[in-house]
Design a protein around this ligand. Sequence first.
Ligand code: NAG
Length: 209
Amino acid sequence: MIHILLIISSLFTFSAHAAVQDFCVADLLAPESPAGFACKPAANVTVDDFVSTGLRLAGATDNIIKAAVTPEFAAQFPGVNGLGISIARLDLAPGGVVPMHTHPGGSELLLVTQGFIKAGFISSANTVYVKTLQKGDIMVFPQGLLHFQVNAGGVASVAFASFSSATPGLQILDFALFANDLPSSLVETTTFLPDEVVKKLKAVLGGTG
Ligand SMILES: *[C@@H]1O[C@H](CO)[C@@H](O)[C@H](O)[C@H]1NC(C)=O
């Protein structure tokens, strides 16, 4: 009996001292590291760190891609920092395109909530997986693989994408090739594209060199 009491009391002592760190709300003022943001002091954390109203409204689609991606990654939604999870809203006007891109840091699970979206990814084995999705359909895009979403119905379409990382990252293929100062000659050598095409796309996307 005494033994049991001792064990129980030591368990209580243990649980009082071995506090689990329940969360690590991002301190956005501190620098980000590969492991994520530093934690805000627990005393400074409020419920609003765990809530965001940022996905209520459609993003602006009056742009070159006729689409908007509204991320709620750790930088926008500090509560997800360290939890290996995040979300984004995708709005595609008729003709809208989310160009070929990857998320180097996480897999993506897309849920269509309005309209029709043709989505696909390309595996490392260079196999193409494409499907037209409608409201209620989901599709998963494995981490790091190139993928895209395009409006497939001629009506405004909406989807929500959750990620297996608080900081999945986003690298857009066309921007990587044509929206920076990578010299045109190197773009042409590494893509086999002709000079006029590279120069034209750099002009459209804001690249130089
Ligand atoms: C935490 O709150 C204290 C008191 O309001 C403030 O001085 C401090 O800057 C806050 N720290 C962070 C990292 O938000």
